[in-house]
Design a protein around this ligand. Structure first.
Ligand SMILES: [Zn+2]
Length: 247
């Protein structure tokens, strides 16, 4: 199995690089293919040899070759996180349809995390096709209604939450829960509960700092939901069984 990991990690970096472009351009309705990458500061086109994931960043010491401006570590972070998640999927599920479903789900979570942090949106063109692909792959891989139930149940939960607390949860969270539910199936509640738990901590910090005015400072929730979903993807069955064992 060990030999598979570099075969996943290196392309995973390249996929992560592409996801960074998707997250930057899809919300602006720009092509993800043209034009090629350019420096955000001096507009100099970035040559292929300066655009190798991680390696170029290290060689250029995180600076633009032309103007020397610091390149934000955003792309580096997206590349590394994506590659690690894809390696995790293959380690956990082997070279299977389930790993493909989990990989697509993780890719959607990465993009949604970036767009929610940067622009406070979760783009339809990323999450909806991902949800369909993940649902199809999971259902073919393990024929069962649990994947569809997870997707509809997860999205339904956040839809009701958005109706109950407008300004808290948004439609972005509803759409993201479609992907998460299709990916997690019966462990969807574990993923959602973990996401809510992770999101509570910064909410409490905000309220402590800003008092009741913090309610207006709606925090992007997709990153927490994504983190909860990733933990549930790899450990959800253990968590669920431990929980059911306590009862
Ligand atoms: Zn530059």
């Amino acid at each position: 199995m060990d030999f598979v990991l570099p075969l996943v990690f290196v392309p995973g970096l390249a996929i992560g690089s592409f996801l960074g472009v998707v997250a930057a351009r899809v919300p602006l309705r720009k092509s993800v293919v043209r034009p090629g990458s350019a420096c955000m500061s001096c507009d100099a086109p970035i040559r292929w040899y300066d655009n190798v994931p991680v390696l170029s960043y290290a060689l250029l010491r995180g600076r633009c070759r032309h103007c020397g401006v610091r390149i934000p570590p955003r792309d580096l972070a997206i590349e590394l996180v994506t590659a690690l998640l894809l390696v995790g999927c293959v380690l956990a599920f082997g070279v299977t349809l389930k790993a493909a479903a989990a990989g697509i789900g993780c890719a959607a979570l990465v993009v949604a995390t970036a767009t929610d942090l940067e622009r406070r949106i979760v783009p339809n063109w990323v999450v909806l096709p991902s949800a369909v692909a993940v649902l199809a792959l999971q259902t073919v891989s393990h024929p069962s209604p649990v994947w569809a139930i997870g997707a509809v149940g997860g999205a339904g939960f956040f839809f009701l939450a958005a109706l109950a607390y407008p300004g808290g949860m948004g439609m972005g969270d509803v759409k993201l829960a479609l992907v998460i539910g299709a990916m997690l199936g019966r462990t969807t509640p574990v993923g959602i509960m973990l996401g809510l738990l992770f999101g509570i901590v910064p909410s409490i910090v905000l309220i402590a700092r800003h008092g009741s005015g913090a309610r207006k400072l709606a925090i992007p929730f997709a990153p927490f939901l994504a983190a909860g979903a990733v933990v549930a993807l790899f450990a959800g069955e253990h968590i669920l069984n431990a929980y059911l064992g306590i009862l």
